[in-house]
Design a protein around this ligand. Sequence first.
Ligand code: ZN
Ligand code: ZN
Ligand code: ZN
Length: 177
Amino acid sequence: METAEHETRKKRGDYHAAIGALAHGGMTVREIGRALGLSHQRVQQILAELACSFCGLAADAVARLVVGAGRQPTWKPGEPRKAAVSVYICDRCIVRAARTVRRGEELDEDGVLMTLASHASTEPCDFCGCRLGERTGLRARCESIVACDDARICRHCIAMASNIIETEWKQQKRALK
Ligand SMILES: [Zn+2]
Ligand SMILES: [Zn+2]
Ligand SMILES: [Zn+2]
């Protein structure tokens, strides 16, 4: 995987998620556009594409979206390459996914079904690209991947996403004091 391309994609995803956070915080499309030097049409377009890949809620309906590196679409020789699809997970789905790792498949009251990928599955985590049973870099072997429709997140990435959100909430609380 070309790291530079991966980084650009991740940065763009982070930027899009930040726009989602501003909208959720109550800023209007025009205000966000003015603040970031984008047309309000462009902001609207970005917001329309932004949703949790797990529960499907739009960016302005959730407290926070954490962005993943993205999934490589399936590709057959001879076909033009398609761009990677950005993947997002919202704060509530992070909690759901963590619960699924501990207790197994769950269908919660909002109708979101999360399952544990079986050991026969070779589909990677959309956030870090690791597969079940694989060891990536310095991390421990990947032991579980939670799936919801087409979206997948591994135990490592669930822990990382929870940390990101917890740190942000602590910072926000401090800022309010
Ligand atoms: Zn969600
Ligand atoms: Zn992962
Ligand atoms: Zn993993």
